[in-house]
Design a protein around this ligand. Structure first.
Ligand code: SF4
Ligand code: SF4
Length: 449
């Protein structure tokens, strides 16, 4: 029996558009790169450079003294043109260091030689932790939690098991899949370093069964590894949700309101593991990542090696531009990503996908906002991986009964979007829940009004 969790949905994965596209460098660099000072969960960094200053590739440009934060480095050599507000995929407008590159050529994906001969015995856990923190590594699957904080010792929550989230369960996205196939040495080196730094005894690579090539390759490469095991999971969304992943791989249920470290588990993303290897072995800060540019609305889907801070528009141009039928551009996947109104919005360390959708892909009814009343079919209940009653929460928010929404456990919603996807009445159930959460946070003064 395939390992899985209860609930979830099976949207068309549409990964064929880009899954066979190797990761390639950009053809040319953009005229300006806007490196946002907030690319992670935690304190926003302050620029440590000044306007008109020259910077080297990899130089520190943003830092914070807060415990939960991640340093920011320049992805290119060049001149600081501006330090000003720029649009952020999620947070509105955020301070950015704007750099005009002086380099002629964009960087190529990392060579694999240094990772093939590596041994984790050459490093102590403290050395690994220090390098991870210095490199400004964050969870690259979307959440952006600083990896140095996650991996570091915590006597209150000792880590026993590590799970590498290799599901890539959101439709369309293929960058982690290509990383596993092409940067295999680097990926495996990162896993070993993370395991050593965190003190975990055992590591599982949780991967969906729609990636047979990666499964075959990783099985060959890990068969002699005592503490690294492949765990093949059913292809189902959101298989890569942390709580669902822990349940599918280990059979452990994380109680509502708790997170994996509270049950001794550390979850880490594929690209994050690769970045850790680069940081420790090559002393390279996190300034580039693989990004999938895809959807039926872009001319030539691709997987690109992208400097952080690249305008979305530049990546679309590298892929031949938008098709006439394109109606929406999303940063991230179709289930949890954020649609961008401004194509100048720069990528961040957590941007794994630029998704260019047509009206057909968005869905005619959703595109035209054709919602009909709830028919109480209960489908949203049956797919909710958190066992919530999404329609009750949405109705409570609509009726401005935030007390009721809290009673129905609105805070436990992981915003996976499954309820909106399945709803035959085209109700944006997740949208109501997100709005409700913001209103509750504002009422509690956790968020500015
Ligand atoms: S209520 Fe939240 S967790 Fe449940 S399906 Fe909807 S978005 Fe996902
Ligand atoms: S899936 Fe849609 S129509 Fe069905 S109960 Fe949920 S909100 Fe109502």
């Amino acid at each position: 029996m395939k390992k899985t969790f209860k609930g979830g949905i099976h949207p068309p994965d549409n990964k064929d558009l880009s899954k066979d596209c190797p990761i390639t460098g950009l053809v040319k660099l953009p005229g300006q790169i806007s490196v946002l000072m907030s690319q992670h969960i935690g304190a926003i960094c302050k620029p440590v450079v000044k306007k008109r200053q020259e910077v080297e590739k990899g130089e520190l440009i943003g830092d914070s003294e807060a415990f939960v934060s991640a340093k920011v480095h320049s992805p290119v050599s060049g001149t600081i043109k501006d330090i000003n507000l720029r649009s952020h995929p999620v947070l509105g407008r955020v301070q950015a260091v704007v750099i005009e590159p002086s380099e002629a050529e964009p960087a190529c994906p990392p060579e694999q030689n240094s990772f093939a001969d590596f041994s984790e015995d050459d490093y102590t856990p403290e050395q690994i932790n220090e390098k991870i923190a210095e490199a400004g590594i964050v969870g690259m699957g979307g959440a952006g939690f600083p990896t140095g904080v996650k991996v570091g010792p915590n006597p209150k929550m000792p880590k026993e098991t590590m799970i590498v989230n290799a599901c890539e369960c959101e439709p369309y996205i293929t960058c982690d899949y290509r990383v596993m196939l092409e940067w295999t040495d680097q990926f495996l080196a990162g896993i070993k370093l993370l395991r050593k730094a965190s003190g975990c005894r055992k590591c599982y690579i949780g991967i969906e069964n729609n990636k047979p090539e990666a499964i075959k390759l990783l099985r060959e490469r890990t068969e002699n590894e005592e503490n690294i095991e492949l765990s093949v999971l059913e292809t189902k969304y959101p298989q890569g949700g942390e709580r669902q992943l822990v349940n599918s791989v280990l059979g452990k249920v994380i109680p509502t309101g708790k997170i994996p470290p509270m049950v001794g588990v550390m979850v880490c993303n594929v690209s994050t593991a690769a970045a850790v290897a680069e940081a420790v072995i090559d002393s390279a800060p996190l300034t580039h990542r693989a990004v999938t540019v895809t959807g039926k609305g872009v001319q030539k889907p691709a997987n690109l090696y992208v400097p952080t801070g690249t305008p979305t528009e530049h990546l679309i141009e590298q892929c031949g531009g938008l098709k006439e039928e394109a109606v929406k551009v999303v940063l991230g996947g179709p289930m949890t990503g954020f649609s961008v109104g401004e194509l100048q919005t720069p990528t961040t360390k957590t941007t794994g996908c630029v998704l260019c959708l047509t009206k057909e892909e968005v869905g005619e009814a959703k595109y035209l906002f054709r919602q009909t009343p709830c028919i109480r079919c209960g489908r949203c209940l049956s797919v909710c991986p958190e066992k919530l009653n999404p329609t009750k929460i949405a109705h409570a928010v609509k009726a401005d009964r935030l007390d009721l929404a809290e009673k129905h456990n609105i805070s436990a919603c992981m915003e996976c979007g499954s309820c909106s996807y399945i709803c035959p009445a085209n109700i944006e159930v997740t949208g109501y829940i997100k709005t409700g959460k913001i209103r509750i946070a504002r009422a509690n003064k956790d968020m500015p009004a």
